[in-house]
Design a protein around this ligand. Structure first.
Ligand code: GRF
Length: 222
């Protein structure tokens, strides 16, 4: 098996990045984390990546001002130098141009802290609490030009408690993020995900029944 070479793009603490690095330590995992790129020199996740022995690059968007294409040209260079096959966005807080997204079509994944298509954008946990939803969660999807809108690869759900605050809910969702991101990357790296009419069809999905719906602790008996 040739393992896919993955770049993880971060802007902050990188806990999802760490979950991917941990999963890829298993030599049977179909992908290796070959590179971590941050657009922020002060991202704390960079230190975790270095500690794990992973190559890191900083492509500081501030240097390029509004020149998104110039920023992305440098990013693309780094990806090519490291012979990257797949990109995982993990808390990467920059919008990418249509040209870059097209170039990485079906080879770039993102994790979003909500059950898409609900709650696209920022402050998802606050908005979920305001809406009074009883189930919340996270989604891994292929990146398309429109934000938080690509074909869904995997989702994980958690219950919402009456006394939740945005931070207690965020912590519960984050635990699920750390499970579904490696799971989704595995499916993609194994070549089991095909996009048809905007939906992901997963080969062997029957064998995975329930695997993408994770409710920690299960649904309590009443
Ligand atoms: C996660 O909640 C992810 O879903 C969102 O940004 C956050 C990044 O957290 N896109 P971390 O840097 O992976 O810890």
């Amino acid at each position: 098996m040739t393992r896919k070479r993955v770049a993880v793009l971060i802007s902050g603490r990188g806990s999802n990045m760490t979950a991917l690095i941990e999963a890829a330590k298993d030599k049977n995992f179909p992908a290796e984390i070959a590179l971590v790129v941050s657009n922020r020199p002060d991202a704390s996740g960079l230190a975790s990546a270095r500690d794990a022995g992973i190559a890191t690059e900083i492509v500081d968007h501030m240097v390029y001002g509004k020149e998104r294409a110039a920023f992305e040209a440098v990013l693309q260079d780094a990806l090519e130098q490291h012979r990257i096959d797949l990109i995982c966005l993990a808390g990467f807080m920059r919008l990418l141009t249509g040209a870059f997204v097209t170039r990485w079509n079906e080879r770039m994944l993102n994790i979003h802290p909500a059950l898409l298509p609900s709650f696209k954008g920022l402050d998802t946990h606050e908005r979920a609490l305001e809406a009074g939803v009883k189930i919340h969660g996270a989604s891994v999807h292929f990146v398309v030009a429109e934000m938080d809108s690509g074909p869904l690869i995997a989702q994980g759900a958690v219950p919402v408690h009456d006394d939740d605050t945005p931070s207690t809910l965020a912590a519960r969702v984050l635990a699920v993020e750390h499970r579904i991101y490696p799971f989704a990357l595995r499916l993609v790296a194994e070549g089991r995900v095909r996009v048809e009419k905007g939906r992901c069809i997963i080969a062997g999905a029957a064998a995975l029944a329930g695997a993408s719906l994770v409710i920690p602790g299960g649904i309590p008996n009443t």
